[in-house]
Design a protein around this ligand. Sequence first.
Ligand SMILES: [Ca+2]
Ligand SMILES: [Ca+2]
Ligand SMILES: [Ca+2]
Length: 424
Amino acid sequence: MKKAVLIILCLALTGCQAITFSVDSLLNAPTIADEQSAIYSALLESAGRGITLEYPRNGDYRSAFVAFDIDGDGSDETLAFYSVNSVSESNVKISVLDRGSDGGWRSMYELAGAGTSVERVMFLGGDVVVGFSSQDYEENTVRIYRCSEGSVYSVHENSYTLMEKADFDGDGGEEIAVVKRSGSGVEVDIIKPGEDFVYPLALETGAAAISGCAVGRLGPRSALYLDIAPEAGGLLTEIVYLENGAVVHPLSQNGLLSQTQRLVGYSSRDYDGDGEVEIPTVVPFAGHPNPVWGEIELMTRLISFDPGEGVLLVKANAYYNIADGYLLTIPGRWLNIVTVSKDSSTGEVTFYRYDPEAGIIENMSPIVSFAAADSSGGEAYRNAGYSTLAETERTAYYVKTLAGADEPLVLTKDEIRDNFHIIE
Ligand SMILES: [Ca+2]
Ligand SMILES: [Ca+2]
Ligand SMILES: [Ca+2]
């Protein structure tokens, strides 16, 4: 209360405009707060005072209270995630709170969770999908809860490493892909809403670990790009989606999996922002012919899958600076005649016209340099003739053209803008 009084006093001194704004926020804020405190009181009444709210750690819903119409009557219930402060009972619980006919909130259902914290919450049709994790286990557990005939119960339970939601068959509705280790391989289940049915797939790829995944558009549907760390080292990518009622994985089915073999750290993702995922394979950059991995500079080949032809295509060649978080796609006229060198003390990256006769970088003609620095620390670059190319909250990116306008390898302003991608 004291705080509200102070705010009004401050605003009264700062003029009309501020007051107009403040009236709105003062009218609205207590309503939301009242609603929240009514829901919280109803939870305490049902679960007791010795509870801790549990906040989903990943995904789109990060609050301990999530609104969703679980019974399909047209008005939202509130799902509350919490754990009981007790030595014997460590698993998360879910309270489903609803408004009664008197307008007051009360707990309608209490559901048991399957882990000590909530990894993520998703909704699939009318079902609630909750991923639970536990420190003691490598794998997470997913449960799908459904409301039917006046009760809420779990209709599906599975262990998982990764879980993503997308339209994997292009029918306009979303499915959930559940990925987990299975023996020395990987298993993917795609679950369709409403159907108590799973489309399972076991990948035979020997996997030391599931490294990560990305979802992107592939033709008329979305596909899951699954980065797998095989026991032999490096990374491989399987593409998985749903076709004609079955889960397909066209890369290993067409013998293309080995073409995705690459170094750890080169994750599948949408590098150029077009909604499709690219797989970043690497080759030595021109001018770095003898591969001593770790000492040479690499060219990143962004490859994509053409489901019609059943082949992998090189979509773009690029220089990917993982440490500084950017990727520069390379114009065709640079291929085989431009090389790159990184200054290991400053992190500056310079591209040169490559002359095999000249042999060493020092004798080649520099074209353009790129650099990155903390947002506050770029003065040295600006003093050295760099201009600011892009900025994020944490990092500023700089560029400096080094060759004259008569050098055809110089990047135009448009090329620099269009080809430079920040990879966070
Ligand atoms: Ca409802
Ligand atoms: Ca679908
Ligand atoms: Ca893309």
